[in-house]
Design a protein around this ligand. Structure first.
Ligand code: NAP
Ligand code: MG
Length: 399
């Protein structure tokens, strides 16, 4: 059989621990036998990041700006314990944070749905895709303790004109916080969300609490509205999808009653909380994909889970592991499909579709990794636990 040809390389970002092992197997078993794979390889594994003083991470993000599509393996974000374990020169920042800052992107998380794994909210038949704004608000806030006295915010413009916003006149001890966001970041976020909803042909809902936070959240609402009216309204109408703004509490109620099939754009904190709620409700973090989309249409695909450290320690002791590779497979299929769309290579798009269908149908036939066995309930099918490699081979036989 002749292998599918690629025109432009995908930026490949390798990673750490168990997901690094899965990465190699996925390529060997599921991709390279079918596709003449072209990638520009960057090793984001912790030893190489340390060796290059993290330059490899920046380089991989710059390559993504150049080529437009990347696929990333999960990576360790070092903490104190990791600095000792890997004997690191310093405590490097999260690679995802570094890449996100360079691409100026928004992260969209979407569940992979399989017949037999029912969400905790059984009416959810289609994915709910959460977009989390990744800049500002309480994540860049300053806070402190206040004593008995007056707290004010002082603003001085570039010409030296002052303005004062009274915060609170304290009668006794308390706490204060000041947070900010920028129109530029909110606008980028809005464009990423509108673009991605168009990509998926799914309606976009955006929520804040502008009834209470009239200026701050009101600004988010106004910017989304302006970007929609001036840049996206026609595109949404011709795609037959809607944009809706509503209050966060109203969306929560609507989402629970919905059947899914919605892109839900959230402010930073809302997205932090809601993405964990939605991921858990769909059954498993190992079945959740994540894609970073920049406002000018650059894509980086990955799994939403981490490097699955506990399984890795078992693996290096020579024990058999049954780590779920599905989200990482879908990161690859997402990147291959997007590459195919941009290069106009239908064979590659078709392969991505077949890879995803083969993965889903393998699970639906009862073959799966250990984490899914307890979740799987389908009449007439008894779930069988396979190790990661046998699971990948079962998928390959169905492509
Ligand atoms: P994790 O790697 O997602 O794993 C947490 C637990 O969830 C695992 O121990 C396992 O549970 C289960 N799990 C997650 N993915 C699974 C899979 N594919 N198949 C089967 N089970 C799976 O999170 P963590 O242990 O908090 O973090 C480990 C490392 O990953 C950290 O160094 C962190 O910095 C990094 N991390 C990276 C990213 C990223 O690159 N995007 C994201 C998050 C975390 P059981 O052990 O019960 O089987
Ligand atoms: Mg969270």
């Amino acid at each position: 059989m002749e292998k599918i040809k690629m025109v432009t390389p995908i930026v490949e970002m390798d990673g750490d621990e168990m997901t690094r092992i899965l990465w190699k197997w996925i390529k060997e078993i599921l991709i390279e036998p079918f596709v003449d794979l072209k990638t520009e390889y960057y090793d984001l594994g912790l030893p190489e990041r340390d060796k290059t003083d993290d330059k490899v991470t920046t380089d991989s993000a710059k390559a993504t700006l150049k080529y437009g599509v990347a696929v990333k393996c999960a990576t360790i974000t070092p903490n104190k314990q990791r600095v000792e374990e890997y004997n690191l020169k310093k405590m490097y920042k999260s690679p995802n944070g570094t890449i996100r800052a360079i691409l100026d992107g928004t992260v969209f998380r979407a569940p992979i749905l399989v017949d037999g794994i029912t969400p905790y909210i059984p009416t959810w038949k289609k994915p709910i895709v959460i977009a989390r704004h990744a800049y500002g608000d309480i994540y860049k806030a300053v806070d402190g303790l206040a004593g008995n006295g007056k707290v004010e915010l002082h603003f001085t413009d570039r010409n030296g004109n002052p303005a004062v916003i009274p915060v609170h006149d304290f009668d006794g001890d308390g706490v204060v916080m000041a947070m900010h966001n920028t129109d530029k970041s909110i606008k980028s976020f809005a464009r990423s969300c509108f673009n991605y909803a168009l990509d998926l042909k799914m309606p976009l809902w955006f929520s804040t609490k502008d009834t209470i936070s009239k200026v701050y959240d009101g600004n988010f609402k106004a910017i989304f509205n302006e970007v929609y009216e001036t840049e996206y309204k026609d595109k949404f109408e011709s795609a037959g999808i809607e944009y809706m703004y509503t209050l966060i509490d109203d969306v929560v109620a609507r989402i629970v009653r919905s059947e899914g099939g919605i892109v839900w754009a959230c402010k930073n904190y809302d997205g932090d909380v809601m993405s964990d709620m939605v991921a858990t409700a769909y059954g498993s973090l190992a079945m959740m994909t994540s894609v970073l989309v920049s406002p000018d249409g650059i894509y980086e695909y990955e799994a939403a889970h981490g490097t699955v450290t506990r399984h890795y320690y078992k693996y290096i002791k020579g024990e058999e592991t049954s780590t779920n590779p599905v989200a990482t497979i879908f990161a690859w299929s997402g990147a291959l499909r997007k590459r195919g769309e941009l290069d106009n290579t239908p064979d590659l798009i078709d392969f991505a579709d077949r890879l995803e269908k083969a993965t889903v149908s393998t699970i639906e036939s009862g073959l799966m990794t250990g984490d899914l066995v307890g979740l799987f309930k389908k009449e007439g099918v008894t779930p069988k636990k396979l190790n990661s490699q046998d699971f990948l081979k079962a998928i390959a036989s169905r492509i």
